[in-house]
Design a protein around this ligand. Sequence first.
Ligand code: ADP
Ligand code: MG
Length: 320
Amino acid sequence: MNEFDLIAKYFTRPAVNADLGIGDDAALMSISAQHQLAISVDMLVAGRHFFADADPERLGHKCLAVNLSDMAAMGAKPTWFTLSLALPAMDEAWLAAFSRGLFALADQHAVSLVGGDTTKGPLTISIQIAGEIPSGQALLRSGAQIGDDVWVSGPLGAAAAAVMHRTGRVALPPDITQRCDLRLDQPTPRLALGMALRGIASAALDLSDGILGDLAHICEQSKCAARLHIDLMPYAEELKELSPALSLEAVLAGGDDYELCFTASSLHRQQILALGQSLATPLYRVGEIIDHQPQSPLVQVLDASGGVIATPFTGFDHFK
Ligand code: ADP
Ligand code: MG
């Protein structure tokens, strides 16, 4: 049983009093005739999601960034968050740096901390975030249509290269390591993009576990499949330092990029390219949504001549 089977078996129930429950980047509830509330929570555990000696200022940024990214994936405007902390010890230098990183990002997006919980325990940081969306305009995972283009903001894979370096799978030169570390530790939540995609994208999510696994979530919810073209994928420049096999893994199955992946009708191509330019966020059309044939994978990757590429890795799963 994997992480998603576990959620499906033990925790998925009909969402009474909610417009949208488990299964997307956030849940949705109506708060007035005109607005919906989007709510999401993410937990980061030392030794699991970050190295226990991680720079606390960067960690403060990252914990909030991954939550803001879920709001971006819904097209929501984030407004408030709560913070639950388990701390192994009272370390004021750590707390000062952590809160500095946290509030620098919070201030940048005008989100306010309105509560939380603090306890002693193994270092764990959990943030719950809430945002608002004009009713009916949220970007769901379930709206992709056959024939839609698949887009990503990017480039992709640098955060995965940082993890590969830290875990000893590759040895990167110091300047490249620094750039990859920055992508891993300080992801940029694509909030302006998410909001601008309301009414344009048919489905969206943020890339936390790698596009192969994450795009499969859109396919499951939208009852379709997807094809990616490897020559259209935006490889991060830093991946030139990796072997072809590892750079393929980084770009397709590397987590932690927190870019957005979305689908949209081909009628919107020009509009989407113009949007990327105006937001200075490069957007790449990397594939298309197709009908799902039984027995075939939800996400297929094709090479430049149309042959299927073997992808012997899957998205990150905590219980694999
Ligand atoms: P994301 O990567 O966007 O944060 P996840 O992959 O963590 O989303 O979770 C997938 C879906 O399952 C989400 O809708 C999330 O809210 C839900 N979920 C995860 N864990 C639980 C749980 N213990 N109880 C109820 N719902 C859960
Ligand atoms: Mg998400």
